[in-house]
Design a protein around this ligand. Sequence first.
Ligand code: FPP
Length: 256
Amino acid sequence: MSAIPYPKVSPLAQTPRHVAIIMDGNGRWALERGLPRVEGHRQGAKAVNRVVTACREMGVEVLTLYAFSEQNWGRPDQEVGLLMQLLHDYVRQERMEILGNGIRLTTIGDTSRLPVFVRIPLDALVAESAKNKGMRLVLALSYGGREELVDAVKAIARRVASGELIPEHVDQDTVADALHTSGWEDPELVIRTSGELRLSNFLLWQSAYAELYFTDTYWPDFDRESLEAAFVQFAKRKRRFGLTDQQVAEPLEQRH
Ligand code: FPP
């Protein structure tokens, strides 16, 4: 993974290569309809199907979905249980869709905390789809950006303690390579639904240069049209990566 934050595609390219989504608003969607929160999560799982298909068809290379945060373990047991069941059902029901469309399923986060009935089919599908060449679908599960950074610091400290690495050689690539996302492009576009304006511990390092897109739409209502609206906004953004407008307009090889 390169730490140089220059775009590898034209700044006008409409489809971001890596899209990361904070899927928020399931609970409010349900409560506003007089339904239990769990119904919002059920509809949210259907939105996941729609968005995975749309991203694949639109040429997105990596789609990262914040499906369950480290902090979500603190929710009521019944809600956590339902979310785990939905995850299990997703993996079982979407297996053919994932394999048939060449999708590589991957996870980030501490998946060792997931119950065995989720982990077994999940790990199996991750392994089965590992050689696929199509879109990479990343499920962030039991994931927290700060937790991921702490793990990375520990791993780097171990390398230093063992004499394999000297502190002066620690650079951005060292850190990026120690993250769960090692080897992938950083997200170009981070979407959050439901009107909340924060990152909530999601991809903190990786989002350093991401374009942020917030929409009031609740996740269960998010569809292909909502995604296209986000991509249109993305295409209008001027991504400067700390440079000037003039520098960004120059071809990469002429920049210094
Ligand atoms: C946030 O909404 C959403 C979650 C904590 C879970 C996201 C889960 C899904 C979309 C369904 C299952 C996922 C997969 C991959 C099958 P919220 O409950 O915080 O909503 P609120 O802010 O309105 O209460």
